[in-house]
Design a protein around this ligand. Sequence first.
Ligand code: ATP
Ligand code: MG
Length: 385
Amino acid sequence: MTTTTTARQVDPAEHAYASELAFLAAYDGGPRPPGWRLTPRAVVTFITGSDGRELELAKEDRREGLPGKLAIPAKFVGERALVERCVVTLAGERGLLLVGEPGTAKSMLSELLSAAVCGTSELVVQGTAGTTEDQLRYGWNYALLLAHGPSSEALVPSPILSAMRTGSVARVEEITRCLPEVQDALVSLLSDRRIAVPELAGTDGATVHAAPGFTLIATANLRDQGVSEMSAALKRRFNFETVGPIGDLAAETALVGRQARAAMERVKAPFAVDDAVLEALVTAFRDLREGRSVEGWDVERPSTVMSTAEAVAVATSLALAQAYFPGDRDVLSLLPGHLLGVVRKDDPADGAKLLGYWDGAVRRRAEDGARLWRRLWELRDVLGG
Ligand SMILES: Nc1ncnc2c1ncn2[C@@H]1O[C@H](COP(=O)(O)OP(=O)(O)OP(=O)(O)O)[C@@H](O)[C@H]1O
Ligand SMILES: [Mg+2]
């Protein structure tokens, strides 16, 4: 028999990091909250990494198929304390709401948390203006329903109902995009920890009770209609954590390089963008995001967010151009055009602000003699000024 493995564009975290998760489960045998695969401490280590240290399995914990030693790389770049608070919230079976600007890794963090806690990140509902209550509770297989009437077999559970049955973590992405009355379906579910199925009254399936371990992680984007519009009743059932942009230039540059490199590995193409170019790219993103350059000069902020996620996308585009059009032109010459594309996303008039950045910070750095910035200054025409 031939086995075919179908390549996936995106591997869920529990699959991509299966060996790390198995290792951590063996490494830390301490007490776990009900339904958890790992100890809370091991979940934090999985997400924030082991600081380059190799963790070593005790003799009695060694098993075939597990490495004896393993260094766990950091996946989420940010405060360890924030991740600890998230883990504590989940250990208490409370809802966790991750809020923040777009592209700050809220979804990534929720995926990593759910994969580590319960072994699956796939019980997810994507919130949109069209999300219905059924998508949060349950629906029906109409062919079975019409043929045999309501029965447990005909019930189509939502990801949340499945999580309740198995004591897992369900995720609701972009919760504030759902209509308030749809959001409110979560209130009763989070307080009663059960879903009634009136159609099945009188049978075993009339009420689904949440198994220990069940909880919810929701994400909300500050640029969408607000978290402030969530009902007080629902807010009270979640612990809020704000995820901010990465604080440190070097950490952000390293992350952007790592992620762009990984993206190139996925398409099996070489990565050949200099660290200096990556640093210039991330510096420009941060200056424009913060409204202040590294040197402390004022910069006019565009209305778009200039997120790390966008910086990764630009770095990947540069690497792809380099790989597929080698020798056509140097990658640095592509940077201003990509920056312009990002800056103008919310307001096309913001192109002028990028030009202002060029005439201010970029020019001053060029005059100070930095070669790479001099080259960028020479490319000012690309910005159409
Ligand atoms: N602090 C961070 N640590 C690790 N990766 C990060 C960080 N910030 C941004 N990223 C990168 O950004 C990508 C996008 O993150 P993600 O989609 O999770 O953001 P989000 O906050 O959910 O955005 P949105 O609000 O638009 O849904 C991640 O896959 C990662 O490449
Ligand atoms: Mg998201």
